[in-house]
Design a protein around this ligand. Sequence first.
Ligand SMILES: N[C@@H](CCC(=O)N[C@@H](CS)C(=O)NCC(=O)O)C(=O)O
Length: 344
Amino acid sequence: MRRVAAHLALRALALVSAIACLPAGTASAQTLKAVKERGALSCGVSQGVLGFSAQDETKEWTGIDADFCRALAAAIFDDASKVAFVALSAEDRFEALRSGKIDVLSRNSTWTMARETELELLFAGVNFYDGQGFLVRHARNVSSALELTGSKVCVQSGTTTELNVRDYFAANGMRYEAITTATAEEALAGYVEGRCDVLTADTSALHGERLKTPQPADHDILPEIISKEPLGPAVRQDDVQWFNIVKWVNFAMLDAEELGVNSETIDAALNSTNPERKRLVGSEGTFGEQIGLTRDWAVRIIRRVGNYAEVYERNIGVKSKLGIPRGINQLWTSGGILYAPPIR
Ligand SMILES: N[C@@H](CCC(=O)N[C@@H](CS)C(=O)NCC(=O)O)C(=O)O
């Protein structure tokens, strides 16, 4: 009896020390393995926000968030097409991530404290600094949001938008009636069909929604930006390796822009003697291996998807249909606030 008890105690001790000796992160490093075994990344996107994640006429997903999914797939598989896009409403997105239905959420989602503390998620960075605005008919003759008292405001549920509009009207002592809808499509229909006289959303999204109205030129985005909406990819809290992969894929695209490395100059960059470029492309150091990827992880991203500027310009930049200038989404070296830590 005593020998059995001693044996059990020894086994328990061995188990405890085995767990204690595991390198940090190993026990939870499941997501990358699961993605590789599945052969595709499961990436949560929106149901259709132009420039961010929306299907084009050929059902191809486009936008900076869709391209971020592709950048992750490129880093992992050296193939940007290995993405299963999962379209999610604002209400459903976080549960889809928490339950494991998706590996990462790349869907115009604002990094807030409660989404990390209450929903137990982690934002891996910011790929667009946005802010909330208002769209109104030009014919209404309004030039400031402070003139909107008494308005019916269309807004989507499950968003920060819904909370900010409440704060804004209360703070300014103004009345309004919220017409809350489950989808962006219904919110826009409510606005176009006159059930509400104002549409509120992230300003970048309003540019896209305006393009969907019958006469875009008949609608104005008011000058007030009433909130901070740092948008970026989110992951679960249980896998530090995966968190680092998602975080550094975003940073690599920004660092590549800063170092002047893009999809056209990537081959030349492989022979660069500049120390920062060498670390980016992996001709020096083992940074990719350290996050569970390959030495050429960033090369794969840049070659197959592009650096941040390329992704921005083709999806939302001034030459795209949306035509949104870089503004604060310039790199810090050009007067903006995008600043990625160094690869070193
Ligand atoms: N950034 C805000 C708003 C995000 C959001 O869901 N905006 C709506 C309004 S444009 C949207 O993307 N709808 C598209 C959809 O539900 O698929 C948040 O994270 O709560």
